[in-house]
Design a protein around this ligand. Sequence first.
Ligand code: HEC
Ligand code: HEC
Length: 445
Amino acid sequence: MRRRDVLWHLGAGLLMLAGATFAGEAQVSPGENPHPVHLVRPHAAPLSAMAQLGQKIFYDPSLSSSGQLSCASCHSPQHAYGAPNDGPVMLGGADLTRQGARAVPSLGYLERQPNFSIGPEQSDDNVVSVTIVAALGQKSTRATKTATGTAASAANIVPQGGLFWDGRADTLQGQALFPLLDPREMDGGSIERVAGLLRHAPYFERFVGLFGAGVLNSSRLLVSEAMFAVARYQFEDATFHPYTSKYDYWLEGKARLSESELRGLQLFNDPDKANCAGCHLSSPTRDGLPPLFTDHQYEALGAPRNAALIQNRDPTYFDLGVCGPQRKDIAERQYCGMFLTPTLRNVATRHAFFHNGVFGSLQQVLDFYNFRDTNPEKIYPLGADGRLQKYNDIPQAYRTNVDVADPPFNRHPGDEPAMTPQDEADIIAFLKTLTDGFQPARSTD
Ligand code: HEC
Ligand code: HEC
């Protein structure tokens, strides 16, 4: 996290809590942002013809083998483009009984997601080839990430960007093919089969209009253009990135946070307390882009194994994120167990949290952050030998990859937890201000 963001925060946060104002500044009521900013939202325009075609495809269940699953079935517009169900994962396949491998992420706020790379933190200029730097990274040690940032962190070599929990796809276009063909999801079978379905879709004429008749001759081209259209839809349609949360309006001085929400924001940003902003960035960028609540980096946090996942009945199976088994191009073992830091926008609308959906509520997530190191017995099960199985979803050999440096993970058994129960409740209250659809005009609180 960049230093300038933090100064902005601490200044704003402290002022508000005290309800004070500096001489010469406008008087603000409690809960108002004393330093309103102008947020630059994506330009809203009617959908292009390409995006309109993408919208049709996004909602078309006939492209799945079951005839019942469209992209929107798992990425539901009524649920911030996340899963509509309460389970840890969704079911797919021909008869909708095959369990997905991971929790369904929201499709919101991906429009600024950088490509996958392994390189120095915060520096787009120096990012070189993934394989070269992956090897380099083996020799570098991680510096601590705190909500106030450190100069040393610039030397970190970290995986960042990309789509999916492990970053294995780069573009929305390339990504969309995975669920179409995945036997646990839409189960499309093959490119040829999907192309055949597209040729018979009611919107098929639009392909010819947009790409010319030639597009029908090559299955690969047809499916690729279809995926391009779906990507355009997600990019152009404002409902994927509305930036209409209470927090956005608070940043702009158009909404007030309650006492609890404000305390939550402060704790969220406090490097000695929750330190959430160390990874889930909460400040607008210098250019006024609204915060995305992710630094787009990967971390191994050591979430407990989810016994509800069928794949986990095999004791030798481990989902290790960046180093496989789903993605196969990163051999370096120091990235095993790392998953993408997700956005926290609309997080209160979700029912399954973390890559394996092991947590079912924000309370459980907060307890994980708070107690993983001070009271691990609250988080992990006991083994048959009666010993606590800390980090039980990562094989022993890779447990040293788990982040024990960034607060609140830098504590030890017996230490005071970073948060009190009230702190946790306040942070949850703050997280709820990140849900889109807030009406600024009607609210004073
Ligand atoms: C059966 C449920 C299901 C269906 C249907 C489905 N997805 Fe997904 N989607 C998932 C899951 C699960 C993930 C996370 C997979 C992973 O990380 O390995 C995901 C991830 C994604 C991501 C990456 C999001 C991120 O934050 O990195 C995008 C984009 C996406 N899906 C788009 C689509 C599109 C477009 C379609 C339709 C062509 C679609 N999905 C259909 C379940 C589904
Ligand atoms: C060191 C970086 C880091 C810090 C600090 C951090 N997080 Fe996270 N957060 C992550 C990563 C990485 C994941 C995904 C981990 C996984 O799936 O295994 C995550 C996942 C989450 C999720 C689940 C979101 C979803 O869609 O499933 C929530 C909620 C969350 N964090 C909230 C918080 C809060 C609240 C704090 C402060 C108490 C915090 N985080 C501190 C990196 C961090």
